[in-house]
Design a protein around this ligand. Structure first.
Ligand SMILES: [Zn+2]
Length: 117
């Protein structure tokens, strides 16, 4: 039995924090929606299904990423497997990075790229 140390009266700022299950913005409504999408897609990865493969889905993905204005809406969600999700996330990150680099890129008089540091 651990000894109970009386609190000094101040609640710690991380009080009640129990990891990623309750990430901000992902409450009960999201869990319900996610379950609905999973059931609707018969727990099969949709990108795999479109490619003619049958793969069990492990998560629900935003077809249009939230960073691009995608909503937590059944129309914007589909069941996806870990591999497809990873590939999609990487592709989106590369696209986002590509945009950033294009905006930040500079050239010197000889046309060489100057990387901002
Ligand atoms: Zn897949």
């Amino acid at each position: 039995m651990a000894k109970y140390k009386p609190s000094t009266g101040k609640t710690p700022s991380n009080w009640g924090y129990r990891g990623s299950r309750h990430v901000r913005g992902y409450g009960a409504a999201w869990v319900k929606l996610r379950d609905w999408v999973m059931e609707h897609d018969q727990y099969l990865c949709q990108p795999c299904k479109r490619a003619g493969r049958v793969t069990p889905a492990t998560e629900v993905d935003h077809i249009k990423p939230k960073s691009l204005g995608g909503e937590d809406d059944a129309d914007n969600l589909e069941a996806i497997c870990t591999d497809c999700h990873k590939a999609k996330t990487q592709r989106e990150a590369a696209e986002a990075q590509g945009k950033t680099i294009k905006q930040r890129i500079r050239y010197d008089v000889k046309g060489n790229v100057i990387w901002p540091d």
